[in-house]
Design a protein around this ligand. Sequence first.
Ligand code: NAD
Ligand code: ZN
Length: 233
Amino acid sequence: MAHPLIEQAKRIAVLSGAGISAESGIATFRGKDGLWKNYRPEELATPQAFDRNPELVWEWYAMRLNIVLSAKPNQAHYLLANLEKEKDLTLVTQNVDRLHHRAGSANVLELHGNISHSRCLQCGHLSLLEKDFSYPPLCKVCGGRTRPNVVWFGETLPISVFQKSIQAFESCDLALIIGTSAVVEPAASLARLAKNKGAKVIEINPQTTSLSHLSDLSIRAGAAKGLQELLNN
Ligand code: NAD
Ligand code: ZN
């Protein structure tokens, strides 16, 4: 038997953050492995950094893509993919690593885009990036300059993805917040939106976050163990 809050839920909205992929060996930004060549992610994941030094930013993304392609989804990703088969579930993720897709989740909204593709600055075409791609990659359609297909600090979220995420959290009766510090918006607002509409909120995070006080249940554990506990698998 799963936890009663899961059993009773008719519509679940999940928000996942970097913490759910930590057990796949992918560092969170704010964890101890967040630094690269002494740069903080906030110094690399911005439009200004890309304007200043596109080579450097591409080098960082090439390194991160290689890590992601060598990594595998963990049990937390698989448990959510299975839960989607049993429940009406929308999975909103801040992650750019595609591990939810690789675990089999279908109903995924990527709030921050993904690092698996480059986006053409001229024609908008998305080109799939391969392991060890040479950077800067050019558009496969028009040969134009490209950028990583992610949302950088200071940029607006893709509007339709954001609207669908709001809809999912407004209409759910259970919000499940996993592995996000909820420092980067709209994580905190989505959870609040659900709470204000009367939904139950469950958080899985080894640490206290700004959402802990509004959660009906806080599971202080890693994502895989926490989800296992919740779903009693
Ligand atoms: P964050 O780095 O701010 O926070 C990570 C959270 O995960 C923390 O609250 C931490 O306590 C928790 N955590 C650590 N280990 C965990 C575990 N095993 N199980 C569950 N939780 C665990 O990450 P964020 O809030 O997602 O925001 C950073 C932004 O950086 C994201 O928006 C994302 O776009 C990007 N990012 C993505 C990836 C990825 O795709 N895997 C990795 C790093 C950063
Ligand atoms: Zn192009």
